[in-house]
Design a protein. Structure first.
Length: 330
């Protein structure tokens, strides 16, 4: 029983998705056809590539070379923030934060500026959620929409470009509130590359429970589509209001399940893409990436928990409202 509770705590999203999928099977006949295998295969391949790069410490090596040229705190935080932006384009927002939030905490400790940890991690999380908009392979919710909508990479980028540009301006403005105190970043410990069982480590560290979560959610959404009550209800609510429901549903269930839910009841994929990407900002739950950085920070500085939640929520809601206004004006 204790092991089950521990597993539920560790894999909460998968556990809830599986339970809901099983319950839905009592009300509709499940089918393997509900599963979008293109999404599952693409996500698996991307995770393999990401794990390969992580084990080679490619991005961390590049960042260390950049940090040699840093002379003040503002430059340090700016580099740490925009590293998350650029890396999330290629290795997803989740993985970018898994790599660079601990690295940033280490760097801030090296210069005795842990007082900047809350704002740095908050801005890193926002930057990762912005960077993942550049390419549809930058986040699981966009991978779902890419395979469902078949929208070309270029069109995907142009659709989200206004929100990317506004978000970058927002980040730059906030960075000016960081003091530009002089620092001298000492040399960090050399990264040792372990050749032993390299490919085995890559394969074993793929998040297979994330893949299973996607499968459970596909079955759940497929079943809901074939239950008349839910089909009628969701279609009535969602169609014509995709952006608003993309934002609202993301705040409660995060933007990956929101992408699957909305795309199951509406074919206005462009509006859904905008809604779930804007919806990644806001609450801590709005994106899995938000939870990842929060857990890492709290593990290192538990005393920052409440203050971080306040600053994170404030900045995210402000950006969310700005992006929603941009949507209205467009």
């Amino acid at each position: 029983m204790i092991n089950l509770i521990d597993f539920f705590k560790k894999e909460t999203v998968f556990s809830i998705s599986l339970i809901l999928a099983i319950i839905s099977c009592f009300f509709a006949k499940p089918s393997i056809d509900y599963i979008n295998w293109d999404t599952i295969i693409l996500l698996f391949v991307i995770m393999l590539i990401v794990e390969f790069l992580k084990n080679l410490a490619v991005f961390e090596r590049l960042v260390r070379k950049l940090l040699v040229k840093i002379s003040n705190t503002r430059e340090l935080v700016a580099v740490l923030v925009f590293v998350c932006f650029f890396s999330s384009i290629f290795i997803t927002n989740d993985v970018s934060l898994i790599i660079f939030v601990p690295f940033s905490i280490l760097a801030l400790r090296k210069v005795d500026r842990t007082d900047l940890a809350i704002l740095t991690v908050t801005l890193q999380t926002i930057a990762a959620n912005v960077g993942c908009m550049v390419l549809p392979i930058g986040a699981p919710h966009n991978i779902v929409m890419l395979t469902v909508s078949h929208i070309p990479f270029g069109s995907f980028f142009l659709l989200l470009l206004p929100y990317i540009l506004v978000s970058i301006i927002f980040l730059v403005i906030i960075l000016f509130f960081i003091p530009d105190d002089d620092i001298n970043l000492p040399k960090m410990k050399k990264i040792d590359f372990n050749h032993d069982n390299f490919f085995k480590r890559v394969i074993m560290r793929v998040d297979y429970f994330l893949l299973l979560t996607f499968i459970a959610l596909f079955i759940l959404i497929g079943n809901l589509e074939h239950i008349p009550f839910f089909n009628s209800l969701f279609t009535k609510w969602i169609v014509g209001n995709e952006v608003v429901w993309g934002i609202l549903s993301s705040q409660v269930i995060s933007n990956v399940p929101a992408a699957m839910l909305l795309s199951g009841f509406s074919s206005n994929y462009e509006a859904i893409i905008v809604g779930i990407n804007i919806g990644g900002f806001g609450t801590l739950i709005a994106s899995m990436a938000n939870l990842i950085s929060f857990k890492i920070l709290v593990r290192e500085f538990y005393e920052f928990k409440i203050k971080y939640l306040g600053i994170f929520t404030l900045l995210n809601i402000v950006l969310l409202l700005i992006l929603f206004v941009v949507h209205i004006l467009i």
